[in-house]
Structure formats: C-alpha cells, structure tokens
Design a protein around this ligand. Structure first.
Ligand code: ATP
Length: 360
C-alpha cells in the first residue's frame, strides 16, 4: 500500500479558490506557506466502507498517483506531493492557469491549420511519452487538455485527469468500459482488448472536431453515437470541411481506423506530413487552410452549456440526496463529493464514465 504524507496539508499550504470539480471532489488553488509558490490541490474524498456509494476507493487514488509519478513530461500535469487524512487524499499538482485548449481557441477570430498543429504536436508528444511507458490515458477529450498559460507566446499543453489511465504490464490483456461516448473507440464499446492505440482513436476524434466544429459520430442519443462508432459511420461533409486540407483529412483517416494495429501510433503521427511537412507545398497547404471557426465556436458553446447543465443536474441530485440524509456528518460528505451519481435515469453523455474493467 502506498504511503502518503500523514500530515495536515493546511500546515504546508494555504487553501485558496476552487479551480474545478469532478467526480472525485474539488480542485482548489494552494499557496505554499514556505515560499508562496502556487499549486493546485485535488481533494479526493475517500470511500468509508465497501458498501458506501460516496467517495473514491483508496486503491483508485493510489493508482492515479502511481501513474502520475511515472509521467514527468512538459505536456503532462506534474505531481508534487500527496497528503492523506482519514477522510481524504490531497494530490498537490502543478497549477495550470490557462484553462482548456478548446476555450482558448474558441476565443480567437480565426486559426490556421498550422497554428492548430502546434497544439496537436504537443498533445502527441505528451501522449507519445505516456505510451512509451506503456500507459494509456483512456479519457482523452477537450476537458482534459489544458494550457499552462494562455498569455504566453507559445502556450504549453498540459494533459490532465489520469483517473482512468492504465499501465500495461508485459503480456497483460486489459478490457474496460470507460470513457466518454463521443470520444471512445470501437474496441471499448465492443468490450474487446484495449491498448495504447485506444487513445489514438480519441485524438482522431479531437482533431476532427478541432478542424470542423462537428463531432464525427455524434447521434441524437448516446446509443446512436455508440452505434455510429461501431459502424464507423463518419464522413467529411463539405459543408464543414471546405476549408480543410486533404492532408488533415488523411491524418484523421489514419487514426479513425477500427483495427487498432492499423492505427497510427503517436510516434508515427508526429511524422505524418500534415504534422511534419516534407515539402514546401505541404507546408504551404497547412498555412492556407483554416479551421472552421464559426462551427467550432458553436460546438464549444454547446459543450460548455452541456457541462454546466451536467453540473446543475448533479447539484440538484445531490440536494435531493441531502434531503434524504439523516446525519449532519453525511451532509458534510455529500456537499463536497460528486462521485455518487446513479447510473440510471436520463444521464447526459459527458457524465457517463463507467468503470467496468478486467485484466489478466
Ligand atoms: P471528471 O469528473 O471530468 O472525469 P476528475 O474528477 O477526474 O474529472 P479532473 O479532470 O482531474 O477531475 O479535474 C476537474 C477539473 O479541475 C478540471 O476539469 C479542471 O477544470 C480543474 N483542474 C484539474 N487539475 C487542475 C490543475 N492542475 N490546475 C488547474 N485546474 C485544474
């Protein structure tokens, strides 16, 4: 069992504003008392008993910590320290001030393909590093791709949220039903063996959205989206892709491939001529083609709306649950823990994050 610092995090860090929240609890700004350096603290409420539906199992947090410890890369959120108390674990991580990449792009007037490629390259480098350590992220999506500082001349990409990540041991077979419908690969839906190539599918989907502002497999319902993925039902509608270069489409096509072994690896992607042009003509094509900003802005606004809707939905649900709670102690747990959502009823797509895994 991993040993974390059994001291009070507040003795070392002043706890500041909330930066975000997720299934596990909250992320808050931390200020190191000794030197004033700012960090982010991921406060994870621990599950009290096996039967409890609140909080996260210690084993899952240990797993995320162990993965983060082995991933030191400029494009991956760095872990600094871990504190543990009876009720919660606090991960002290690098503070990422620049917000989500998609929000940064949506705030622009326009963006040429070569500018988008600068970001994509960094995502591929971070993911390539992970994959070189046999670690797959399994939840790559716009919400988990952030920027260190959006005012910098060349903002740095930071990949976050390793809650679903997995390290493949030699010869290990791993299956899991996890992720977010829009971004998951066919092998996840079919409950087949997964590999690091599963992440490359998600990068294909993210690139498709980035260029066109539409999601390749999006259906009216989650079920339809999942069916479209399994049936490989996608195309490059001229209405959305008229400004896109052929090389960009080729890049996407080489990632959205059903057979995992045929999909480009992160390393190969970095060498694709759209990312690393071999001729002047190829380079010129990228700087002439632009992303479909009007459509992208719409996609991002809808995405943000859905995220706030999900948040309100989760809060309402928590309030209803709170009313059912008998003790003030339970109240306290619920207020700061979002990990108790039921898998039943109308559930927005981005909240579906199933964890049914098996490995041998
Ligand atoms: P989800 O419920 O979306 O799967 P999660 O519960 O695993 O997420 P994270 O994605 O790690 O939680 O963090 C939740 C939110 O907190 C992020 O979407 C982001 O807005 C914010 N956040 C996370 N890490 C940092 C950081 N290092 N610096 C600044 N903000 C952060």
């Amino acid at each position: 069992m991993a040993q974390f610092r059994l001291q009070n995090v507040e003795d070392f860090y002043e706890i500041g504003v909330e930066l975000g929240s997720g299934h596990f609890g909250q992320v808050r700004e931390l200020r190191e008392r000794a030197c004033g350096t700012c960090w982010a603290g991921k406060f994870v409420k621990l599950r009290r008993s096996v039967s409890s539906r609140l909080g996260v199992e210690r084993k899952s947090v240990e797993h995320e910590v162990e993965i983060l410890q082995s991933l030191q890369h400029v494009n991956i959120m760095a872990l600094r320290d871990v504190f543990e108390s009876r009720a919660e674990i606090v991960l002290v991580v690098e503070l990422i001030r620049g917000g989500e990449l998609f929000d940064f792009i949506a705030a622009k007037e326009n963006l040429m393909e070569n500018e988008a490629i600068d970001f994509l390259k960094q995502i591929l480098k971070g993911v390539g590093f992970m994959h070189s350590k046999q670690i797959a992220h399994f939840d790559l999506k716009p919400e988990n791709i952030m920027l260190s500082d959006k005012n910098a001349e060349h903002p740095e990409i930071k990949i976050i949220d390793f809650g679903l990540a997995h390290r493949f041991n030699t010869g290990e077979e791993y299956k899991s039903l996890c992720g977010t419908p829009q971004y998951i690969a066919p092998e996840v839906i079919n409950y087949e063996l997964l590999s690091v190539a599963t992440d490359m599918w998600s990068i294909g989907v993210i690139t498709y959205i980035l260029l066109s502002g539409i999601s390749p497999f999006q259906g009216e319902t989650d079920e339809e989206t999942l069916r479209n993925i399994v049936d490989m039902k996608y195309d490059f509608d001229e209405h959305y892709f008229s400004q896109t270069s052929d090389m960009a489409k080729d890049f996407i096509e080489k990632l959205l491939i059903k057979d995992q072994s045929e999909r480009m690896t992160a390393e190969e992607s970095l060498l694709h001529p759209w990312i690393k042009p071999l001729t002047r003509k190829q380079a010129a094509n990228r700087s002439r083609s632009s992303i479909n900003m009007k459509s992208f802005k719409k996609f991002n606004a809808r995405r943000k709306w859905k995220m706030s809707y999900n948040m309100v939905w989760a809060c309402n649900r928590l309030c209803r649950l709170q009313l059912l709670c008998k003790t003030a102690k339970e109240d306290e747990e619920l207020r700061s823990c979002e990990s108790d959502q039921e898998d039943t009823g109308m559930k927005p797509a981005s909240l579906i994050r199933r964890r049914l895994s098996s490995s041998s």
